[in-house]
Design a binder for this molecule. Structure first.
Ligand code: F6R
Length: 239
């Protein structure tokens, strides 16, 4: 793992953009694995700015998102489909047919999503990390061999995400569809971003503990090309 520590969120976002831009510059039809949540918003803003100011085109780019809630409509204001369109896709020239997010609640839908990714190959997978070490919605205890599957969200994750649902945990969906850890590990390059003190324990376990299902992100120790970009707070518990 290559670990880069920056002073603050803006610097982390800019560094993440540099890594992303290298991939886009090398391959104009790159396949991007994307994440939602608060962390990658700054990265996406840099991508939008670069598109608008420098004309970087996404016409040949394909995207595959990590996950989506189960039980809310795609057009729900807090669906990840809505999030991605609002925070990135509506602001760049990507073609709608090249945008992919998992959706549904059945094994057939999981298998179809997994298959659609096997037909291409993800060049760079963007990840955040949960306070409990989850990546995608692979909660602690998830075997590293899982591919796209349906998960029950842990209470901590639902609490963390209640801020998007009127601060009411009861409104947060109980289940999600997510790429599995085995799916994530197939990406050629992984870019994990984490900021804030509430990520410090998970970051430490991801980097310094033996890989274990207790910290799903620790599986990344076995990936050959991972860049981790942290702010000082998220890095504060590293030795
Ligand atoms: C989002 C995702 C999650 C988040 C994680 C951190 O698609 O898969 O694993 O990356 O929950 O979320 P934030 O960035 O909101 O702290």
């Amino acid at each position: 793992m290559k670990i880069i520590i920056k002073d603050n969120y803006d610097e982390v976002s800019l560094e993440a953009f540099r890594v992303m831009k290298e991939v886009l510059d090398a391959k104009k039809d790159a396949v991007l694995g994307l994440a939602t949540g608060s962390t990658p918003i700054g990265l996406y803003q840099n991508m939008i700015k670069d598109h608008k100011e420098n004309g970087t085109s996404y016409k040949d780019v394909k995207t595959f998102n990590l996950d989506e809630y189960v039980g809310i409509d795609r057009n729900h204001p807090e669906s990840y489909y809505t999030f991605m369109h609002k925070n990135l896709f509506n602001e760049i020239d990507i073609l709608e047919e090249n945008v992919h997010l998992p959706y549904g609640n059945s094994k057939a839908e999981c298998d179809a999503y997994e298959k659609s990714m096997e037909d291409v190959s993800v060049d760079i997978q963007v990840l955040g990390i949960g306070g409990n070490g989850h990546i995608g919605f692979n909660e602690p205890g998830t075997p590293f061999t899982e591919t796209t599957h349906i998960v029950e969200l842990q209470e901590r994750t639902r609490k963390d995400n209640a801020r998007f649902f009127n601060d009411n945990i009861d409104e947060v969906p109980t289940h999600a569809i997510t790429m599995g850890i085995a799916t994530i590990m197939k990406a050629k390059k992984v870019l994990l971003i984490a900021t804030g003190e509430n990520k410090a324990d998970a970051v430490k376990a991801m980097i310094e503990d033996e890989p274990s299902v207790n910290c799903p992100a620790s599986a990344l120790q076995n990936h050959k090309d991972v860049v981790v970009i942290l702010d000082k707070a998220a890095a504060s518990k590293l030795k």
